[in-house]
Design a protein around this ligand. Sequence first.
Ligand SMILES: NC(=O)c1ccc[n+]([C@@H]2O[C@H](COP(=O)([O-])OP(=O)(O)OC[C@H]3O[C@@H](n4cnc5c(N)ncnc54)[C@H](OP(=O)(O)O)[C@@H]3O)[C@@H](O)[C@H]2O)c1
Length: 276
Amino acid sequence: MVDRVVVTGAGGLLGSTVAKLYGDRAVAFDHASLDITDADAVHAAIEGARPDLIVHCAAMTDVDACEDDPDRAFRVNGEGSHNVASAASHIGAKVVTVSTDYVFDGTSGPYSEEAETDPIQVYGESKLAGEHAVREATERHFVVRSAWIYGHGGKNFLSKIPQLVSQEEISAVIDQFGSPTFAPDLAAAIESLARTDHFGTYHVVNTGFCSFFEFMTYGLRFLNATTRIKEVEVGSLGRPAPRPLDTRLSGSAWERAGFPPLRSWQEAAESFLRER
Ligand SMILES: NC(=O)c1ccc[n+]([C@@H]2O[C@H](COP(=O)([O-])OP(=O)(O)OC[C@H]3O[C@@H](n4cnc5c(N)ncnc54)[C@H](OP(=O)(O)O)[C@@H]3O)[C@@H](O)[C@H]2O)c1
């Protein structure tokens, strides 16, 4: 039974979605109200709230900013996750930590939960450090790896489809493949997982996969936009951090534990675009 839930990073896309889902049961901390790199503050906040569950969504998520400032990336994504999980352990709470497809190098997707990790940029390395820190701090953990999360209020490219309809032309990457995942679908999956004691590592994404180009094309055509979509290769964008090209995730552990696959990315995208 989960009566009270602490949500970290509750000002972000997934954290705000999770906090909304739990409603009155959520004690939601955004960045301003709780900096996860401050160990004393994290322990005080979590001991004060005494939750049964912590859904840890706070992270430094700007992949290129992580490349430019590795110290900060490891402080937030690595040590910050350790602070949250050790506070959870101290009061016996379960913890869900949200991780990423970027822990893989992208050369041999689809990846199962057991596949070897080998991140190729600082963001993925720091998120992997966070996974390890959580596993070491408490047995009562769920590491939930997701990918390409979008939704209402998101700052990323995928979340912005509705705002792109008025543009004449946009560019979209053709050579990066993954599973776009609608934040409310992921939040609901986290909620059902966290009701159980099936601790461990899970891949949770909407079913199927596509390139960014295919996703943008699907979304803009669904909205009847006439926007031209220029095909670009990710390497041509000159970004500081390298991107893994094929991070399709398969949720074999998720299905073995008896959880149903999430709906397809196309159905989820249509829900998002209808609700906009
Ligand atoms: N978005 C994706 O495509 C994606 C894919 C796979 C996994 N994930 C993972 O999913 C989780 C949620 O991501 P999201 O998409 O919701 O990202 P988001 O919108 O950027 O949310 C992350 C939140 O964490 C906050 N934060 C940053 N540093 C913090 C600190 N030191 N203390 C407390 N809060 C801090 C941010 O606040 P500020 O904005 O003030 O910095 C932001 O509100 C993250 O763990 C991310 O790594 C995301």
